[in-house]
Design a protein around this ligand. Structure first.
Ligand code: ADP
Ligand code: ZN
Length: 435
């Protein structure tokens, strides 16, 4: 169901006009309330009055993750603390985390973004939504929680972890919707299938909203088959609020972005010039509604493309292709660009393999090494190297044809690759520790 047809189905012309109005307000707000944007805009010789329509966005400065770190924790906040009702922070694997703060209206807008995604996937007040994203500073848990609340659905805040108990409650309470990372959904699916206590046939699951990390259509099929659900993508980032910046509709043909709240651009990450419509590049977002900490032209480092054709569902909201990965997740091995998600795509083409993998890159004798741990499913597993080779050879050939370099494939025993409760870690680049 379309949650808010006014915005989700707005004509392009009206949407551009609305985005222009909102941009003018946001720019004024940022310029008047933060030293950072005042300085950046003054340096570029742009004044808030120069922003008259959404086309003028290209005159504005970009904001990067480094800027957010420099302004840590509240340098970009535009309201006094008395108006702030919540603070979240992203994991920030190194150094200080990225902080986002929210007014009451911001929390409400964020919940609407998530509600639009869930509603597009058929969720209503009759549903019981199990939120298995982590609760805490991470935006996943509370984001999905508030979205489900907005629809009047039952919120089941299990958070991530405690897998055996999760699947018991899932069956006993009759959860109809599951929200978590695709990695954790796989872990849950596996636990259900291995369990003597619960059975997928006794469950009521019908939909899953998976995001916070890249995943492939191969993984979608696997999750849909194993969990007997329709699996939808949900996308977001802390800098814009959290999950629910966009999500898939029933046609699962691109992730609709809520353009009335978050203005998307695709730029060439090297020249910083806008890409042509439909071209792949780096996704950039401007908050159009955020009160507490609006961000102008945030460089997400996520690589994707935008599709402006109207969707079969009737929504006009632009669609985003699957995220190939973050530019900083891209590995350069022997001069070739490799995205971890390409390995997942290859693996899911072969029924003998689990979609789990771990890449280790190193440098030995002046050459990059590329080791890939994979896991055969129990029923295909054998410790005999000759038998393993039967499965490994076609996978090897597929990876060589897709990414263009040869991996050293190591077959792990079942469960030999660590399962994740949140965002999975797929890579160890040992070259980073050497000079
Ligand atoms: P962190 O930067 O610590 O991972 P966030 O939780 O804010 O913090 O992560 C946001 C990022 O997660 C996005 O920029 C994107 O790279 C990734 N992400 C979120 N949802 C999806 C999705 N549906 N598909 C692919 N990547 C996603
Ligand atoms: Zn659609």
């Amino acid at each position: 169901m379309i949650y808010n047809a006014k915005y989700e189905c707005m004509s392009r012309e009206d949407m551009r006009a609305l985005q222009g109005e909102r941009l003018q307000k946001i720019v004024k707000r940022c310029y008047e309330n933060t030293e950072f944007y005042k300085r950046k805009m003054d340096e570029m010789g742009v004044k808030p009055e120069d922003i008259k329509s959404i086309d003028d966005i290209v005159k504005l400065p970009f904001t990067t993750k480094f800027d957010l770190r420099d302004e840590y924790p509240f340098g970009l906040q535009c309201v006094p603390q008395s108006e702030v009702v919540r603070i979240h922070a992203s994991s920030g694997t190194t150094g200080k985390p990225v902080v986002d703060t929210y007014t009451k209206n911001d929390i409400d807008m964020w919940a609407e973004g998530v509600a639009r995604v869930m509603s597009a996937g058929g969720v209503s007040k009759d549903d019981l939504v199990q939120v298995s994203y982590g609760y805490g500073l991470f935006t996943g848990g509370l984001g999905a929680h508030d979205g489900a609340g907005k629809l009047g659905a039952v919120q089941l805040p299990t958070s991530a972890g405690n897998t055996e108990k999760q699947i018991m409650l899932m069956q006993d309470f009759g959860s109809t919707v599951l929200c978590c990372t695709p990695s954790y959904a796989m872990r849950l699916a596996e636990a259900i299938h291995d369990s003597d206590v619960v059975s997928i046939d006794k469950m009521k699951l019908k939909a899953g909203f998976f995001g916070a990390e890249p995943w492939t259509d191969g993984m979608r099929k696997e999750l849909e088959d194993k969990l007997h659900i329709k699996a939808y993508d949900i996308y977001g980032l802390t800098e814009m609020c959290g999950p629910g910046v966009g999500g898939e509709c029933e046609f699962q043909d691109g992730t609709h972005l809520w353009e009335d709240m978050f203005f998307p651009e695709i730029i060439n990450p090297e020249t910083l010039e806008p890409c042509k419509p439909g071209e792949f590049g780096e996704l950039v977002f401007t908050s159009l509604c955020k009160e507490a900490m609006p961000i102008i032209r945030y460089r997400t480092r996520d690589l994707t493309r935008l599709i402006y054709e109207k969707c079969k569902c009737g929504r006009t909201a632009v669609r985003m292709d699957r995220i190939l990965g973050r530019s900083d997740d891209m590995l350069i091995i022997r001069g070739v660009n490799v995205f971890p998600s390409q390995i997942e795509a290859c693996l899911t083409e072969f029924p003998a393999f689990q979609p789990y993998y771990f890449i280790t890159v190193d440098r030995k004798n002046n050459e990059d090494t590329f080791d890939l741990d994979v896991e055969l499913r129990q029923e295909f597993y054998s410790a005999d190297a000759a038998k393993q080779l039967e499965y490994v050879k076609p996978l090897f050939n597929r990876i060589v044809s897709m990414v263009g370099i040869k991996p050293n494939i190591h077959v792990k025993e079942p469960f030999g690759i660590e399962r994740s409760m949140g965002k999975a870690k797929h890579v160890l680049d040992k070259r980073n520790f050497k000079n």
